[in-house]
Design a protein around this ligand. Structure first.
Ligand SMILES: Cc1ncc(COP(=O)(O)OP(=O)(O)O)c(N)n1
Ligand SMILES: Cc1nc(C(=O)O)sc1CCOP(=O)(O)O
Length: 432
């Protein structure tokens, strides 16, 4: 599937074309781009805008339309009347979903459209919209109406619909603890309510409109698409990261976030100085589960474990769901009791490590394999029984659980954490 994003370049990648590429890539869709303007902006301030020439705009549009099947279009920053008219000309006959995000001012105060182009925006861009997605401020600027008890969101949305947009959503209408989006479809109106996150961020409007066009291109209804976009945007605001010196940038959860996080932690783990001393005879697995895992198939692990070769430590396989049995089983028992714990690793049991654990502020618990009931042994559920016993022996969430082995069974330490990175932090306190 290909989605075309028409808009401005934002060097911080928080908004504009770069943000759309992040969203569509995370959703597994190819992004085509037509750049209307180059901006200089970051998380603190907005600098200047240089709109592209009519010629290169036209050429970009021709390049994508002559080559690709396009499943949906998102229009963001369009800056001036020349740009607006060229886009209108090229898109007016299209029969695919078009989402218009009427960006007027950035959160950092920059002007994203020339004042004298606003009329042409209404005349040429708004009527292209399958749905237009202004936030409250943008809806007010577009209609010159202040949303109030007299000028209700419905009245303002109707005004925008009268400009030619087929459907309208006005996002970010704040109530006490909620943020609502008002929706006006052709024959219906409704409100989508969501939790308010007290976080100023860069790029949430762009993410919302991109998620809407993605869902419409997947042939979902307007309502389904808006619910999807609301959830997607909520998560990206919740995960917003303060990367620069100013406001936080929304963070898109990639479909492969679990793989990315585990893989990055494994790479760091095997490079830790002297870590070979912590690899047991049976080798090591490092796992990370999906939310609410039901079986080891929901737990990502290394199919061939992390192995010791002299003083080197190597990853001897690929990351696979179901790639770990023992460590994944331990994690499942822990996660059942403490759902926030989604990652674990097994390390060699040695007295030096144990004394470091005891000196650290980590919560440690243990179980005695020799006390394992016969019926547990027969059923082969030793690890589940052991972890549950250790959990019962501990008043707090254990960071570390160990056992001292049994006849023919190697003693073991398992370190647990919320994420692989969290597990790594704990390993740093006890390794060597
Ligand atoms: C190039 C460019 N396009 C759009 C915007 C506006 O992005 P938005 O997500 O509406 O939010 P903020 O800028 O207000 O964070 C932009 N800034 N730059
Ligand atoms: C063989 C073995 N036993 C362990 C225990 O904790 O008892 S940890 C371990 C190594 C890792 O195994 P996997 O790849 O199945 O997770």
């Amino acid at each position: 599937m290909n989605i075309l994003s028409i808009g401005g370049s934002d060097p911080s990648s928080g908004a504009g074309i770069q943000s759309d590429i992040r969203v569509f890539s995370a959703l597994g869709v190819h992004t085509l781009t037509v750049i209307t303007a180059i901006t200089s902006q970051n998380t603190s301030k907005f600098g200047m805008v240089e709109p592209v020439s009519s010629k290169i705009l036209q050429k970009q549009l021709e390049s994508v339309f002559s080559d690709f099947k396009i499943n949906g279009v998102k229009i963001g920053m369009v800056y001036n009347s020349k740009i607006i008219k060229i886009i209108h000309q090229q898109l007016k006959k299209l029969k695919i979903p078009i989402v218009v995000d009427p960006v007027i001012r950035s959160t950092t105060g920059g002007s994203l459209i020339e004042n004298n182009a606003r009329k042409d925006f209404q005349k040429y861009i708004v009527p292209l919209a399958t749905i237009i997605t202004p936030n409250k401020k943008e809806a007010e600027l577009l209609t010159k109406m202040k949303i109030s008890t007299k000028n209700t969101p419905e009245k303002v949305a109707k005004e925008i619909q009268n400009m030619g947009a087929k459907n309208v959503t006005i996002t970010g209408i704040e109530e006490k603890k909620k943020v609502s989006d008002f929706v006006l479809e052709k024959n219906s109106k409704y409100i989508i309510s969501g939790e308010k996150i007290p976080k100023i961020n860069h790029g949430s409007g762009c993410i919302h409109s991109a998620a809407v066009v993605y869902s419409l291109a997947k042939k979902k209804s307007i309502k389904e698409s808006l619910y999807f976009a609301k959830k997607f945007t909520y998560k990206s605001i919740k995960n917003a990261k303060k990367i620069g010196k100013g406001i936080a940038i929304t963070d898109i959860q990639s479909k492969n976030k679990i793989e990315d996080e585990l893989s990055s932690a494994i790479t760091k783990f095997i490079k830790l100085k002297g870590i070979y001393k912590n690899i047991p005879e049976c080798q090591t697995n490092f796992v990370f589960s999906k939310q609410r895992p039901k079986s080891t198939k929901d737990v990502l692990g290394i199919s061939g474990r992390i192995v010791k070769a002299g003083t080197n430590v190597l990853v001897a396989g690929d990351l696979k769901y179901g790639g770990s049995k023992h460590v994944a089983t331990a994690l499942l028992s822990m996660n059942k009791k403490y759902p926030g714990i989604c990652s674990a690793i097994n390390l060699k049991y040695q007295s030096t490590t144990l004394s470091k654990i005891k000196k650290s502020k980590l919560e440690v618990s243990s179980y005695d394999r020799s006390k394992e009931p016969k019926h547990v042994k027969i059923k082969g559920s030793t690890i589940r029984w052991g972890i549950n016993s250790a959990i019962k022996n501990s008043k707090k969430i254990p960071d570390v659980i160990f056992h001292k082995g049994d006849f023919g069974k190697e003693p073991m330490i398992i370190v647990f954490g919320k994420t692989p990175e969290n597990v790594l932090e704990k390993i740093l306190k006890i390794k060597g």
